[in-house]
Write a protein that binds this ligand. Structure first.
Ligand SMILES: [Zn+2]
Length: 307
């Protein structure tokens, strides 16, 4: 056997572990739109991406509906937050899908939080503390730096799946990293204006954003993580939330604004609904625009009060 035929056999064997022929599609199931956007930025038209949730849905709680199970069944790769964000529905979805390629422990099971350092890790989780994420806070997509780490890790897995697209994925990754850096630089002035601002949040979605922007959290409207705000809890917050202590009250696009409205009317502190994730992920700059939108929205809301 000569070297050419050995190479031929080796290439054939490699192809079996990846997504076969070069004109083949890669079916990607993203749990949240931010991961759909990231995968879209790294790929090309052969990536068939589907997001299980939108910016208007609570990613902690969705139904493993039949149409979603059908998507999971044919997915080559699953791209999710992990760290228990999807613990209420993803295990069921995976079981019902019967798809061996995306089960935990396989290369097709990509959890973004496995590749970054998490904030708010807890040694032991007591269920009486509410819907807390013991593995650490999973809402990492609000941090552009962590997003870059995830992009690097995800591109490796995508290359494993599609070795013939290696150079395309690598050049998309470089463009993405560069563009995120440019965005962060562009936002520098606005970010520095936010330093030290005091915000009230509905749910602790924002720890990574606050770390980046150096914003302080005054209070949470949820009495315990994941539990809806109660009148008694909101009333107790009136001791700490007022126009002197608080610059803004924020809540997610998927949350009921009732509690934030109540708090705002009682205290006179402005409230702001913020996008939880990208609205449209099929844009190479979806995440960059998302960061710009978030930072500018908070800035505008605060400065409209100051003026
Ligand atoms: Zn959460």
């Amino acid at each position: 056997m000569n070297i050419r035929s050995i190479l031929f056999i080796l290439t054939g064997l490699l192809a079996c572990t990846s997504v076969q022929a070069s004109n083949e599609k890669l079916n990607v199931l993203a749990c949240e739109p931010e991961w759909a956007a990231l995968t879209y930025a790294l790929g090309d038209e052969s990536f068939k991406i589907y997001s299980a949730t939108t910016y208007a849905q609570d990613p902690h709680h969705i139904q493993a509906r039949p149409s979603l199970i059908a998507k999971a069944r044919k997915a080559d790769i699953l791209v999710c937050s992990g760290a228990e964000l999807e613990v209420g529905w993803l295990p069921v979805l995976l079981r019902k899908s019967g798809n061996p390629d995306i089960q935990p422990g396989t290369p097709g099971y990509f959890m973004a939080t496995d590749y970054v350092e998490l904030l708010d890790k807890r040694d032991k989780v007591d269920r009486s503390e509410g819907d807390v994420h013991g593995a650490g806070n999973p809402h990492i997509h609000f941090d552009p730096e962590r997003m870059k780490s995830v992009a690097k890790a995800l591109s490796q897995v995508l290359i494993e799946k599609l070795p013939e697209k290696k150079s395309l994925i690598e050049s998309n990754l470089s463009a993405f990293l560069e563009s995120i850096d440019e965005t962060v630089l562009e936002l520098d002035d606005e970010v520095s204006q936010l330093k030290g601002k005091q915000l009230v949040v509905q749910h602790d979605n924002w720890v990574y954003l606050f770390e980046w922007l150096e914003i302080d959290k005054v209070a949470e409207l949820e009495p315990k993580p994941g539990l809806p705000p109660t009148t008694s809890h909101l009333t107790s917050l009136l001791d700490v939330v007022n126009k002197d202590s608080t610059d803004l009250i924020i809540y997610s696009s998927y949350q009921d604004p009732k509690a934030a409205k109540w708090m705002s009317s009682k205290t006179g502190v402005e409230r702001l609904e913020l996008l939880y994730s990208v609205k449209e992920w099929d844009d190479k700059h979806a995440l960059q625009n998302f960061y710009k939108h978030i930072v500018t929205s908070i800035n505008q809301a605060i400065s409209s009060v100051d003026n």
